[in-house]
Design a protein around this ligand. Structure first.
Ligand SMILES: Cc1ncc(COP(=O)(O)O)c(C=O)c1O
Length: 329
């Protein structure tokens, strides 16, 4: 659209809503319910799922978020995601409002309002609107937002054939930012775009010492040539809730002879390259084998048995484990 085609007259409120609906018609989305503390309620029309432009989260990235999975009408591992959410809030100097119990309740009730049994729930805390300054506006009210949506999807090929990743040329985030789930995902976005442009599925950050970091919105783990399930330390990457849970569940794979040990430590890139298996772990991807890293084949170039076993353990935990919250539809 050129400027000459654009009608630059001032718009009234009804026209704005109509135009927001047009936007959603042109670009349909799977957003089922949205809670905003600023609105004090829930909306189910995606056109109305909006924030004031001067919210500090929008124009300065001063906000945090987290995402929990919705599986078969139940919310999975919400307490672990809320723990991380509150830690991110503290590190970002965001005022917690409402209290944790109320946030949990709002998340559950918004999910019920969405009416969906499968998908994902993302929620944000912002420092609020009121100025375009660097520091939050005086008297800014923190915003809490919840979105129930369809969830992120990945090609089936990732499961059947395995994913292909490249080492990104973008620098890994400094540890304080990497361990905080803030809305600034620029390095993660650029890494994923770079990988796709180069014909790969995703990127991997390495740290300055040559140890493996993480991927765009997922962690990475390895089965070393000695059969150890090795995961990078969480001091310079995000502590993935999926990784933390799988590292517990993986103990069962020792007795089945699939792995010899579970270790959280530095994983030097040379050791990682020689691994039998490499995998991507996260709430959205769950467990996906990586079969190629840059121009190297990982293991025998096929999805491996440990990744498959971990995915089964996770699926079972998501369907019938003790970390599920019933949604009162
Ligand atoms: C940068 C980053 N690393 C790792 C993860 C995996 O975390 P989780 O397992 O909690 O989804 C995510 C996703 O939230 C992420 O954004």
């Amino acid at each position: 659209m050129t400027v000459s085609q654009t009608n630059l007259q001032a718009l009234d409120a009804d026209t704005v809503v109509a135009k927001l609906r047009d936007l959603r018609r042109r670009q349909p989305v799977k957003y089922f319910a949205f809670y905003s503390s600023q609105l004090g309620g829930i909306v189910t029309d995606p056109a109305l799922m909006v924030l004031p432009f001067d919210d500090h989260m929008v124009h300065r990235g001063h906000g945090i978020f987290d995402t929990a999975g919705l599986v078969n009408g139940k919310i999975y591992d919400l307490e672990a995601h809320l723990d991380r959410f509150l830690l991110s809030a503290e590190r970002s100097k965001l005022r917690i409002a409402p209290p944790r119990g109320e946030m949990r309740d709002i998340i559950v009730r918004t999910t019920a309002a969405g009416g969906q049994r499968d998908g994902a729930i993302r929620y944000w805390l912002s420092s609020g609107p009121g100025s375009l300054e660097l520091s939050p506006a005086a008297g800014a009210e923190p915003g809490f937002f919840v979105m129930v949506f369809g969830g992120l999807t990945y090609p089936d090929r990732w499961l059947t054939e395995g994913a292909r990743v490249m080492t990104t040329t973008y620098p890994i985030k400094a540890p304080i930012y990497a361990i905080t789930k803030a809305t600034n995902y620029l390095p993660n976005v650029l890494m994923q775009m770079q990988a796709k442009e180069a014909g790969f599925d995703n990127g991997v950050f390495l740290d300055a010492e040559g140890n493996v970091g993480e991927s765009s919105n997922m962690n990475v783990a390895f089965v070393t040539e000695h059969g150890v399930l090795a995961h990078p330390k969480f001091d310079h990457i995000l502590a993935g809730c999926t990784s933390l849970r799988l590292l517990e569940l993986a103990e069962q794979l020792k007795t089945r002879g699939l792995i010899t040990a579970v270790e959280v430590r530095n994983v030097p890139v040379a050791e990682a390259h020689a691994s039998r298996e490499m995998m991507l772990l996260g709430s959205s991807v769950k467990v996906a084998s990586v079969v190629q890293w840059d121009d190297r084949r990982i293991g025998d170039g096929k999805p491996g048995p440990v990744a498959r076993a971990l995915l089964n353990l996770l699926d079972e935990d998501m369907r019938s484990g003790d970390r599920l919250i019933d949604v009162p539809y």
